[in-house]
Structures are given as C-alpha cells and as structure tokens.
Design a protein around this ligand. Structure first.
Ligand code: ZN
Length: 135
C-alpha cells in the first residue's frame, strides 16, 4: 500500500464525536430519531427533515463504491502520491462519503465494489476515514 498523506480536518462541537470514534477504529454517525436518516456530514440537525433529535450510532463500516476517479498526479502534499483513488463510497446505512480507496491497485477499483472502512492514522494523532476492498 502506498502512503497517501492525510488531509487537514476541521474539528468542531458537531463533529468531535465522529473524530473521537475514528481514533478508536469505530465509525460513528448521527441518526435522526425523527426520520431515521443517517446524517453525513455530522452536524447539529438532520438535513432531510431539519429535526435536531439526533443520536450517535455505530455504523457497520461497510459500503460500496458509488463512483470514483483515479488521480494520476495530485497537488500539494499529494504531489508524489499518484496514482491514487478518490471515490464516493455509499455506506450500507445510506450516506455517500467522499473518501479514498486504499490498499488496492487503482485500476482494480470498480463501481459497486464492496469496501470496508480503514482508519488511517497519521503521526500527529489525526485519523482519516478511508476504505479498502472487502472482497
Ligand atoms: Zn430527519
């Protein structure tokens, strides 16, 4: 697996539980108790029905590739990282997350490929949610 540098993250009161959970190798997202939608990205209200009745819930970490692109040559800190995969992963629980597919040759990635969460840790304590093939 080639090393793919981590993006900067912005932690605030609404996203803190998400980032804390990633550091424990767990994917937690808020679920709306009014309409049952899983909320991505984490925030204080449900974007589907505007309810503020949200409850943090552990996700399965499983999903499928909804769409993806292979980046041959990145910018900035990713300048030496290509080729790598930027993808939308649709979680089993519903949300589509912009992420990376790692640990697989980029040309082997395909739409509808089953994937599982990877908790990609940096030296500074940051942990990013990425995915790898589960087949
Ligand atoms: Zn809702």
């Amino acid at each position: 697996m080639s090393f793919l540098p981590l993006a900067d993250v912005e932690v605030n009161n609404e996203t803190q539980p998400f980032w804390d959970a990633l550091r424990n190798n767990t994917l937690m997202l808020p679920r709306c108790t009014a309409c049952q939608s899983v909320v991505w990205y984490p925030r204080a209200h449900c974007p589907a029905c505007f309810s503020t009745a949200l409850q943090w819930e552990e996700m399965s970490g499983r999903g499928t590739v909804y769409s993806y692109s292979i980046v041959a040559k990145g910018n900035g800190r990713w300048k030496e990282s290509g080729p790598y995969v930027v993808a939308y992963v649709e979680l089993a629980e519903g949300p589509r997350i912009l992420t990376n597919i790692v640990g697989i040759t980029p040309n082997d990635v395909h739409i509808n490929m089953p994937v599982v969460a990877v908790f990609d840790a940096g030296d500074d304590g940051r942990v990013l949610l990425r995915f790898t093939s589960s087949s």
